[in-house]
Design a protein around this ligand. Structure first.
Ligand SMILES: Cc1cc2nc3c(=O)[nH]c(=O)nc-3n(C[C@H](O)[C@H](O)[C@H](O)COP(=O)(O)OP(=O)(O)OC[C@H]3O[C@@H](n4cnc5c(N)ncnc54)[C@H](O)[C@@H]3O)c2cc1C
Length: 412
């Protein structure tokens, strides 16, 4: 059962939302290290930690084994106010900061990276597109639904276009007051449970990527799920192929203007990558938190295994790697929040956090020995879940390509 007493934003909401956000910004300008958080952020972290531990924790294994998200978890995220972190209070959201969204994603991933990515895609991609590019009418219509009850998904990738996302083949043609969409999308997170879909389609292939346009569609307009993937990790997070056969979308459902889809996708994925960095950071910390205490309990040769130098140094090394991922992630988040350039920093954070997630969760299995290899401890799940960090929202090669472009610009 969900505990209403731990509603993540309830304490924060006792103060006027706008003023507390403004004051946290003022405090932030005086901060000089990346592990200092505002009172609001610290309270939020504590509340999400309790929700994740008490509500999500007991369901993690069952959801993974069944490859199904428990609807009560999704409902709980809405009830906690975690599905509209940056959405204005006027639209039913928590009206909090981007860093707050990052904290939510990180804390959820410490317990279950599947729940974390559900919340991440919904907040950092879907809500943000409406907040940044939606008209007032679109915001008034869709943001309250997304903050309170309806899950969103972001539909860009297709069977033949992944890293080369703008080679997408889904087409939209206009007939009167309607856009008619045909094509299919692949790998769409949340799509099994989602009711609101942001779909990228080309309205004029002769213009190349400048024909790409973003549309919003509700499930009941006729979106069909063709296939639900069976995956290595984040198995409770749904990933589906969607087919559009003459999907009719009202003309007013274009987001950000015709031909603006590529710009929206680029800008939003730059931000979204900080979310995935936070997911991977939380995942690595979650594996560390499970395995390290065990090494001080488990005795071999008359002493705790974690105290052998060979083990202690590995644990220390992992702690350093975790710290580097944390600093990169929060640095990128704060740069974004402060209106500074953050594309290179976001790519670095996403790339490195996914490396650290794989390394730390892999080692955590070994630190726990045989029990680490069983499904009972949940450590092996973190390792399975970690692989996705190097793939979605731009593979590791794509992140390195972005970083390399910045270096070349700077040095040539
Ligand atoms: C679980 C899951 C959830 C996802 N969720 C979503 C979602 O919600 N919405 C959405 O739109 N998409 C989603 N995706 C799609 C995801 O973003 C793509 O899988 C990803 O961008 C990679 O595309 P691809 O799978 O086609 O791989 P490809 O692009 O075919 O890449 C294959 C390999 O080639 C490498 N490669 C490709 N191009 C280059 C290059 N120029 N230089 C060097 N190496 C290169 C890649 O790094 C990779 O190693 C999801 C994917 C998965 C697996």
């Amino acid at each position: 059962m969900l505990r209403t007493g731990i509603r993540a934003f309830s304490a924060i909401r006792t103060r006027p939302a706008l003023r507390s956000f403004t004051s946290s910004r003022c405090i932030r300008s005086q901060l000089n290290s990346l592990d200092i958080f505002t009172e609001e952020e610290t309270m939020l972290r504590e509340a999400v930690r309790r929700f994740a531990t008490d509500v999500v924790g007991p369901k993690v294994r069952e959801m993974d084994e069944n490859e199904q998200m428990d609807p009560a978890v999704i409902q709980g995220l809405f009830e906690q106010g975690l599905m509209g972190v940056e959405t204005s209070a006027e639209h039913g959201g928590a009206e909090s900061s981007f860093t707050s969204a990052i904290i939510v994603i990180e804390e959820l991933a410490k317990i279950d990276p599947s729940v974390s990515v559900l919340c991440d895609v919904h907040n950092t991609l879907v809500n943000t597109i409406f907040r940044k590019y939606g008209t007032k009418e679109q915001q008034d219509k869709w943001l309250p639904l997304l903050a309170q009850s309806k899950l969103g998904s972001f539909c860009l990738s297709e069977p033949a276009s992944g890293s080369d996302a703008f080679a997408l083949q889904t087409r939209a043609r206009k007939e009167g007051d309607l856009w008619i969409l045909n094509g299919s999308k692949m790998w769409i997170t949340n799509s099994y449970e989602a009711e609101i879909f942001l779909i990228f389609a080309n309205i004029d292939p002769s213009k190349g990527y400048k024909g790409i346009t973003c549309f919003v569609a509700a499930k009941d307009m006729g979106i069909k799920i063709a296939k639900k993937e069976q995956k290595l990790g984040i198995r409770a997070s749904s990933t589906c192929t969607l087919n559009f056969d003459d999907l009719k979308i009202p003309a007013q459902n274009v987001i950000g203007g015709e031909g603006q889809g590529y710009k929206i996708a680029i800008e939003i994925l730059n931000e979204g990558r900080i979310g995935i960095a936070a997911q991977m950071l939380g995942l690595a910390q979650g594996a560390f938190n499970k395995a390290v205490p065990y090494t001080y309990e488990r005795k071999q040769f008359g002493q705790a295994v974690g105290t052998f130098q060979g083990m202690a140094f590995q644990i220390a090394q992992a702690a350093v790697e975790l710290e580097t991922a944390r600093l990169l992630t929060y640095n990128a988040a704060r740069r974004k929040e402060e209106g500074k350039s953050f594309t290179k920093e976001a790519a670095m954070a996403k790339y490195w956090s996914s490396v650290v997630a794989q390394r730390v969760s892999g080692q955590a299995i070994e630190w726990a020995g045989g029990v680490g290899f069983t499904r009972e401890t949940g450590i092996e799940k973190f390792w399975r879940d970690s692989k996705i960090g190097a793939i979605y929202e731009g593979t590791s090669n794509i992140q390195l390509q972005t970083i390399a472009k910045f270096i070349q610009k700077e040095y040539s």
